[in-house]
Design a protein around this ligand. Structure first.
Ligand SMILES: [Zn+2]
Ligand SMILES: [Zn+2]
Length: 312
């Protein structure tokens, strides 16, 4: 299960209601900040998420509306030291610009008081633990090495309480071993095999985030079967030519991608001040009914086959 909170949903410049690109993906105690537009610090505070455990940042690309907030964030961390280390991951050219901002402007020769690590990534798995993976994949936008990120839970066999009850297995720490696929000895001395209490394997949830993108052809595979796809929709079809010129998608293109890739739910973001939210939604909905337009501070819960907006 993943949770995504939108901190900024505006394209290029902020509006009265929308901040610049930033979102936090949570899974248990893990947090990933994806992009960090100007104003992200205040949005983090307003959202209630705060700065805690915010030690992993994924950058989609190096345009200023996606990175300028890193300067302020690091500056706060320097004074507060709420965290001990921060890892910023992204393509080479995006990180070169982030490096200029952080080392050239914010730090200017001072040793960072937090362990600051800029990590150039390549397509493939960039994070993995027992529970889930994060995979980076290439996205075409203006400029080189732009990335999208797929968060995927590992397949699991659910613990079936009715089976445990039938076998008279009392609740206790041995349940954890059984769920982890290990044999367990319960207090009455019996040895229980995982197969006795676990159901059939279920796929983990899949949440995919695509930042700015100029085309969808190379995105069908990476976003396939996602339970939720978050993607930009800067333009409407009436301005498709302009979208093409600036390397952005229309709501129509985003919806078509979701449909073709068998995505379950679509969340549009990077919304231009040029349009009404309703029109963006309507254009996409004709092609893909399970669509939302993200607003700042929206939070969605993504489970296998499910996407719930939880802050209504
Ligand atoms: Zn942008
Ligand atoms: Zn951009």
């Amino acid at each position: 299960m993943f949770e995504i909170t939108f901190l900024g949903t505006s394209a290029s410049a902020p509006s009265v209601h929308r901040g610049l690109s930033a979102q936090v993906v949570k899974h248990d105690e893990y947090r990933f900040l994806i992009d960090c537009g100007e104003g992200t610090q205040r949005q983090l505070l307003k959202s209630g998420l705060g700065f805690k455990r915010l030690n992993r940042v994924l950058i989609t690309h190096g345009h200023l509306d996606h990175i300028l907030g890193l300067g302020g964030l690091l500056s706060t961390f320097m004074r507060w030291e709420a965290i001990e280390e921060i890892e910023i991951m992204g393509g080479r050219s995006a990180l070169a610009r982030v490096g200029d901002l952080l080392f050239g402007v914010v730090l200017r020769g001072i040793e960072p008081p937090v362990d600051l690590n800029l990590r150039v990534i390549k397509p493939g798995v960039i994070f993995e633990n027992d529970d889930f993976t994060v995979t980076a994949f290439p996205v075409s936008h203006r400029g080189p090495d732009c990335f999208g990120y797929a968060f995927e839970g590992k397949p699991r066999r659910p613990f079936l309480p009715e089976k445990a009850e039938a076998l008279n297995i009392p609740p206790g720490p041995w349940r954890r071993d059984l769920v982890a696929g290990k044999q367990a000895t319960i207090p009455d001395g019996r040895k229980i095999e995982p197969d006795q209490v676990l159901g059939l394997e279920r796929p983990g949830a899949k949440l995919v985030h695509v930042g700015d993108a100029g085309q969808v052809r190379n995105l069908v595979d990476p976003v396939r079967d996602a339970d939720a796809l978050v993607i930009e929709a800067t333009y409407l079809e009436q301005d498709a030519e302009m979208g093409q010129r600036f390397g952005h998608l229309t709501a129509h293109q985003a919806a078509k991608l979701a449909f073709e890739a068998g995505v379950k739910n679509l969340i549009l973001t990077h919304i231009s001040r040029r349009y009404r939210e309703r029109n963006v939604l309507e254009e996409a909905r004709v092609i893909f009914p399970d669509v939302y337009v993200a607003r700042d501070f929206d939070t969605y819960l993504i489970k296998t086959g499910e996407c719930l907006k939880i802050n209504e």
